[in-house]
Structure formats: C-alpha cells, structure tokens
Design a protein around this ligand. Structure first.
Ligand code: FES
Length: 165
C-alpha cells in the first residue's frame, strides 16, 4: 500500500463526516462482505429541488476497515445533490476518487460502500415498505440490529457482495 494512499485514508478518518444513524431517513441499505466480514449501513434522506428528487443527506455506520470508513465518508458528501439514478451510476472507485488509485487489496472496500448505497437507493429499500419486511428501523444502529433476531422484524437485512466482480 502506498504511503500517499495511506496518508489520504488517515486524513479522511481523522475527521469522518456524515457518520451515524439518521432518525428520519427515507431509505436504508446494509451490505456485508462475505470475504472479510466487514459491514456497512447507509441512511439516505431526499428532498425536492426544482421538480427533482435529490439526495439531501446521507450517513453511514461501519464495522469495517479504515479504507471503507474513509471511502464512505467521502462518498456521503459526493452524492449530496444527486438523484438516486445519478448516484447509482457511480462506481466505488469514483465514490472514493479523493483517496487516489486504490491498491488491489482495497478495491472491495469501496465496493462495500458502492453496494450499501445501491441497496439504500433501490426504490424497494424505502424504510417501512411492505415489500422489505426485514428493513431496519431508520433510527436503529448497526450494533443494535445485531442483537435483534431478524424474525422479530428488526434484524439486519444483509446483501452480500459478489466478490467475483
Ligand atoms: Fe473489508 Fe476493507 S477489509 S471492507
């Protein structure tokens, strides 16, 4: 791993922005990596702007490595003001572009961010929707949900990454 990359990751995690659960989120996405066991949850809030539904704010929580936290912190800022479709077009590497070129061993960390966002931005992932019964409460945090069985309606909805991509 290059010193430059490591320095950028350390800078980003020194003062991560947009961290923590969002009580009034419109949608939530949670992914886990079957490869490394790390997890990331994203909360998204929309607003109307000139007739378009755009992302007002997004926050995250992570049981993940420093790169995933740094990438999520940057990505939450980058998607503000975009529509869901525009944000979903962005790859993990684009979302973490400020970190510079990723070492091959860290590409999956930004994929975790990309896929948590995709899960949150999926129209079927809206909080409280009937077709997503395992969707967590918007004000729950990742740690709380680990201690709740999914059968009680508040467990973690996990979407595992396709690590072969
Ligand atoms: Fe798993 Fe970074 S090592 S997300």
């Amino acid at each position: 791993m290059s010193d430059e990359f490591q320095k950028k990751v350390e800078e980003a995690i020194k003062n991560p922005t947009n961290m923590g659960e969002m009580a009034d989120a419109d949608s939530i996405g949670t992914v886990g990596s079957a490869n490394c066991g790390d997890m990331l949850r994203v909360w998204v809030k929309y607003k109307e702007d000139a007739g378009k539904k755009i992302i007002d704010k997004a926050t995250f929580q992570s049981f993940g490595c420093e790169t995933a936290i740094a990438a999520a912190s940057l990505a939450m800022e980058m998607i503000k003001g975009k529509t869901a479709d525009e944000a979903m077009e962005m790859s993990g590497e684009e979302l973490a572009a400020d970190l510079g070129p990723l070492p091959p061993t860290k590409v999956h960390c930004t994929a975790l961010v990309e896929n948590a966002l995709r899960d949150a931005l999926d129209p079927n992932a809206a909080a409280g929707e009937e077709n997503s019964p395992a969707q967590p409460e918007s004000n729950s945090n990742l740690m709380d949900d680990f201690s709740q069985p999914e059968s009680k309606g508040s467990g973690v909805k996990l979407v595992f990454l396709d690590e072969d991509k």
